[in-house]
Design a protein around this ligand. Structure first.
Ligand SMILES: O=C(CO)[C@H](O)[C@H](O)COP(=O)(O)O
Length: 262
């Protein structure tokens, strides 16, 4: 492992490496988006190279599709794959019930469609992503550009009607222009600080015209894999109720870092 890898990247790497152990030959996989998911794609590429496992991935963003192709992970569209065995993705926040906030990387729409079309979703993250309550991380909501300011006002009104105390809503920017998602939409970030009832908020937001999808993932995640910078990995499975802790040793021969171009 290169000496200059940050503690946070070490944590993300070990979570990704453990999650890729769940992959079996012949599987159709959802490939998440973000820095932790990028480690997962690298670990998956290594298993394809070293062990010859045969898998196909459905990427959740153009970024992930590009990385998978560069590393030799076969990809197809969700329409070609139709249904997936397993999705592995990162998250911005994870609560005790394994509800998530996602969309920090602006890919929540494809991520939610792909995860929902999977038999199982594994979330990989560093320990800082585990929270008591969702909401400190701004909740991303994907909206269509047409009338986005009206949609924003409707979201604000809805938050008032739900007695939400902190309700700043900001348009996500990319420099001087609004950030545009892979689906040509905008992202509104809801700065709520604490979300009392994530399930209700998710349902209500998706009723507002102009809202395409929100970043709350409720009852979608099956397994959470939390990595630590010293190599410890904790796994929680919501279906079996099982938890396990172990440690990943870094082999000096690991050539996975050769693929890092960022
Ligand atoms: O939801 C996401 C992208 O839309 C990411 O999974 C989330 O933002 C976590 O990213 P990272 O692994 O870089 O911390």
């Amino acid at each position: 492992m290169p000496a200059d890898l940050s503690p946070i990247d070490k944590a993300k790497f070990v979570a990704a490496k453990r999650a890729v152990d769940y992959v079996e030959t012949g599987m159709k996989l959802g490939l998440g988006t973000g820095s932790t998911a990028a480690w997962m794609v690298r670990c998956l590429a290594e298993r394809i190279r070293e062990e010859g496992i045969r898998v196909v991935g459905v990427p959740t963003s153009t970024r992930t599709a590009e990385l998978a192709r560069q590393l030799g992970v076969p990809v197809m569209s969700l329409d070609e794959a139709k249904w997936l065995d397993l999705t592995i993705d990162g998250a911005d926040e994870i609560d005790a019930q394994m509800n998530l906030i996602k969309g920090g990387g602006a890919a929540l729409l494809q991520e939610k469609i792909v995860a929902t079309a999977s038999d199982q979703m594994i979330v990989i993250a560093d320990a800082a992503k585990e929270v008591g309550h969702l909401g400190a991380f701004p909740l991303p909501v994907e909206v269509i550009p047409f009338g986005w300011q009206t949609t924003k006002a409707l979201i604000e009104e809805t938050l008032v009607s739900m007695d939400v105390l902190n309700r700043d809503v900001t348009l996500r920017m990319n420099g001087a222009a609004p950030l545009v998602t892979d689906e040509a939409n905008y992202i509104l970030d809801l700065h709520l600080k604490r979300i009392g009832n994530p399930r209700q908020l998710s349902l209500v937001l998706n009723q507002i015209p102009g809202v395409v999808e929100n970043g709350l993932f409720i009852d979608i995640c099956d397994v959470v894999v939390i990595g630590h910078s010293d190599g410890r990995v904790a796994v929680r499975d919501i279906n079996s109720g099982e938890t396990s802790d172990d440690r990943i040793e870094f082999a000096p021969t690991d050539n996975i870092f050769a693929n890092m171009d960022d």
